[in-house]
Design a protein. Structure first.
Length: 115
């Protein structure tokens, strides 16, 4: 069983910052791409950022330049630093990894950005 434990969501104002964290087991973390996705009410779940096991990041166009994904291999944790937050960033954010061809998701953490 793959478990992804998230933390760090909350309510902020436009322009403020938040950092999300997601931890998993060393066995999973060390060899897999980790990612963050988000889902706003009534919308599909979209990729926000992913980072490979070697540390190469990719971003959605909507967050590039404002969000930074990183991984701490010593802590088996992936982070999403979110700066210059906008109301349109409001969503439930999910940590993700894909193992044995199966997507695994964290429990989700709410991020709300007020205008």
């Amino acid at each position: 069983q793959v478990q992804l434990v998230e933390s760090g969501g909350g309510l902020v104002q436009t322009g403020e910052s938040l950092r999300l964290s997601c931890s998993t087991s060393e066995m999973i973390f060390s060899v897999n791409t980790m990612g963050w996705y988000r889902q706003a009410p009534g919308k599909q779940r979209d990729m926000v950022a992913v980072i490979t096991s070697s540390g190469h990041p990719s971003y959605a166009d909507s967050v590039r330049g404002r969000f930074t994904i990183s991984r701490d291999n010593a802590k088996n944790t992936v982070y999403l630093q979110m700066n210059s937050l906008k109301p349109e960033d409001t969503a439930v954010y999910y940590c993700n990894t894909r193992v044995w061809g199966i997507n695994f998701w964290g429990q989700g953490t709410q991020v709300t950005v007020s205008s």
